[in-house]
Design a protein around this ligand. Sequence first.
Ligand SMILES: [Zn+2]
Ligand SMILES: [Zn+2]
Length: 338
Amino acid sequence: MNEETIQPQETQSLYFEVAPNVWGTKDVFVNMYMVRDEASGRWVLIDTGLRSSATKIRKMATLLFGADTRPAAILLTHGHFDHTGSLRTLADEWNVPVYCHYLELPYLSGRSSYPPPDATVNGGLMAKLAWLYPKKPIDVSDRLNILPPDGSVPFLKNWRYLYTPGHAPGHVSFFRQNDRLLIAGDAVVTTIQESVMSVMMQKKKLSGPPKYFTYDWNAARNSVMALADLRPAIIASGHGKPMQGQKMMAALHNLARHFDDTALPAHGRYVGESALVDANGVKYLPPPERFVPWLLIGMGALTLTLTGLALVLLRKRRSRNAAWHVHVNYDSLHHLVD
Ligand SMILES: [Zn+2]
Ligand SMILES: [Zn+2]
């Protein structure tokens, strides 16, 4: 059976409609979007998910646009591994250009690794496992193009992009003015991405960028404020289900106003000091958090406390036993005297 052959029951769960001419799909824990230009009928793919996502993306494209379809281009919100997993496969297969912000070029052309993820930030298992995530840059330089500096989006007439760094150096978000639809990438997400439970249950919660990859929290804060200023009516992000309506708008406003209380981790490698980047990649990294020593000190303190408690309990039990022995001895003595 051709892998593009779609079973009827598959169509229900393969993708979701975000708004007219915008559809999304989720693979494991990350979203990709297909956007059609109303006037020309051409479409683009925004982000490419994991390595496993290519099959799902092909099926979705066939369902939406017919067999042998291909997009006009692949656009990237940023180049993290969970947004570029199927990039090489699909770009080659479709023979299409890839567009990104110029500050994202080093990480997509093999020139620089991203600032390493920070597994010491609080939030859950997805963060704790961050040290396992792929770190090496991919190289798709033969297909790369820079997004136009005027903010326009190739092939999508009614859209513009916004530079929203902090989570990734050249992160961008895509915005459609007429219905205020925002494809936010990871600048804001609609679930608690650090928590496995939240990701698996797809719990809806408007949140700041995933903490373990965010290398510049000041930039991330400014990006959230810029997105809140857009007053989007619908947010479709890299992680979580799309959100819309008054509650979402209030949550975004709240996130921007109280970013340090709601999105900034209590501690982490990039919390006090950001990594520095330029057009050639990473220039400076703050030293890693002293994760192991603090863990060891914590475990040492716990061991001491438990040993102390055990000693106190043992002493109490001994003194109780001693009293019992005296009592027995006394009784037996009394008996002997009698
Ligand atoms: Zn990311
Ligand atoms: Zn992501």
